[in-house]
Each structure stands twice: as structure tokens, then as C-alpha cells.
Design a protein around this ligand. Structure first.
Ligand code: ADE
Length: 242
């Protein structure tokens, strides 16, 4: 079971998303273990400063190294068993493969960057991995950390109700997911495809594979190059191309 430790100057931001839905259930069941830490608590000076002006001048404030180092020293019991991640737009882009790898870690410590920047020594001496959730700039690393914890947690056995649901996700199969429908079979003239009502499991599987391939071909052709395609899949794709 991974233990998440989140270091932030705004730990209260996490309370609402972590206290609802599947993450709350998983925490209550003890399937995941999330700990929030305020970096300010590790700032020893009179004003509990976690940021300061940049050396060399210029605008904005820079996150200080000492409180982060002290927080990590207090939180990480066995350094070799912990992965320290810095959320930053300069990091490697987060994806499903990274989520899968992180779901196997014992302890993930997430440092949420804030202010205009962070002291480079945090990167150099304290952090194992730098992760970005996409090519845009957030006000801080907190929302990015929530995305990471959510995506990793749902891969931990026991978090999702149905064990199959993560295995069939878009991306974990290398393809986008096939379209899903539920009752009613017809609404305002909008029909569910007949094959899904037919009870023929082989035909349903074939329809699902084909629609999954078609959706991926249309929306994310880059994934097809990486996906594990059978000869049958390749034939189906050739038909789309005609
Ligand atoms: N902090 C600010 N922007 C970010 C991003 N895109 N990903 C991760 N952390 C961030």
C-alpha cells in the first residue's frame, strides 16, 4: 500500500478532494494512506518564512530549501524506500505509465512548488523525480499533486470497486476505451447499438475492439504506434483508411 506524504504551504487545499468519493473510501478502508504536512511548520525562524527574495535580484519570491529539507528529514524514515517527487511544469509529463510505476512505491513524498520558483538546491539534493501534469502553468503544485494522487490511487488494488475497471481503462490497454451505454435502450429516439442488446458476447467483444480502434485512430493516432496491435487489429485499421 503506498503512503502519500504531501508537503505544501496550503495543505488545506487537499481536504475537500481527499474527503469525497473513492479516495475517501480508500482512506477509510486503509487501502491508501495520505498525510498532509505544512512546510511552514518546518520553518524555524520567527516568522516561519518558507520563501525569500531571489539572489541576484528580480521579482517574485523563491521557496526556501531549509524548511523542505527539514520536513523531508522528519517524514522519510527510510530514504531508499521513499520516492520524493517535485510537482513542477519543468518536469517529465505525467501519464498512465508513470501512474502505474508509482502505484508500486511504498512511500511517495510530493513536494508542491509554489511562489515564482524554488531554490534550485531542492531539485539538486532532495528530489528524485520532477513531474508536470501538462504544458500549462498552475498557481502552484497542489492541484497537480491531487491529479497524481488520484491517478495513482485508483491503480492500487482495493480502491476501485470492480478490479477489472482499471485494466480496461483508456491508455492502460494502449487504446482509447470503447463507447459505453446503459438503460434505457432508447431515449428520445437515441438508440443503443443493437449488437450490445444481442447477448452475443463474441460479437460484442469484436464491436468493442473495433470501436476502440476507430476512436483511437480518429482522436489519438499517436497511440496506435505504441499499442499492441494484432494482425486482425491492423486489418480493421486498414479498412478505416479506405
Ligand atoms: N506547478 C505549476 N504548474 C504545474 C504543472 N503544469 N504541473 C505540475 N506542477 C505544476
Amino acid at each position: 500500500m503506498p503512503r502519500f506524504d504531501i508537503l505544501s504551504v496550503f495543505p488545506e487545499m487537499f481536504l475537500s478532494p481527499f474527503n469525497a468519493s473513492l479516495l475517501k473510501k480508500a482512506s477509510d478502508k486503509g487501502v491508501i494512506d495520505i498525510h498532509l504536512h505544512n512546510i511552514r511548520d518546518y520553518a524555524d525562524d520567527k516568522h516561519h518564512m518558507t520563501d525569500d527574495a531571489p539572489y541576484g535580484g528580480g521579482g517574485g519570491m523563491v521557496m526556501k530549501v531549509e524548511p523542505v529539507e527539514k520536513a523531508l528529514a522528519a517524514i522519510v524514515a527510510e530514504r531508499h524506500k521513499a520516492l520524493v517527487v517535485l510537482m513542477t511544469p519543468q518536469g517529465e509529463t505525467f501519464n498512465q505509465k508513470t501512474a502505474e510505476a508509482l502505484s508500486l512505491c511504498e512511500q511517495i513524498v510530493i513536494v508542491c512548488g509554489h511562489y515564482e520558483g524554488i531554490d534550485e538546491r531542492i531539485r539538486q539534493y532532495l528530489v528524485d523525480r520532477e513531474i508536470s501534469i501538462g504544458d500549462y502553468i498552475l498557481t502552484g503544485g497542489e492541484i497537480a499533486a491531487m491529479v497524481l494522487v488520484d491517478a495513482v490511487s485508483r491503480l492500487v488494488p482495493g480502491v476501485l470497486g470492480n478490479n477489472d475497471s482499471a485494466a480496461c481503462d483508456s491508455f492502460s490497454t494502449g487504446l482509447l476505451e470503447y463507447p459505453q451505454y446503459t438503460r434505457p435502450a432508447e431515449y428520445k429516439g437515441w438508440q443503443v447499438p443493437d449488437v450490445l442488446l444481442s447477448g452475443h458476447h463474441k460479437e460484442i467483444d469484436a464491436w468493442r475492439r473495433k470501436t476502440s480502434l476507430r476512436r483511437t485512430w480518429l482522436r489519438r493516432p499517436d497511440l496506435l504506434a505504441e499499442g499492441n496491435l494484432s494482425d486482425e487489429d491492423k486489418k480493421i485499421i486498414e479498412e478505416f483508411e479506405i
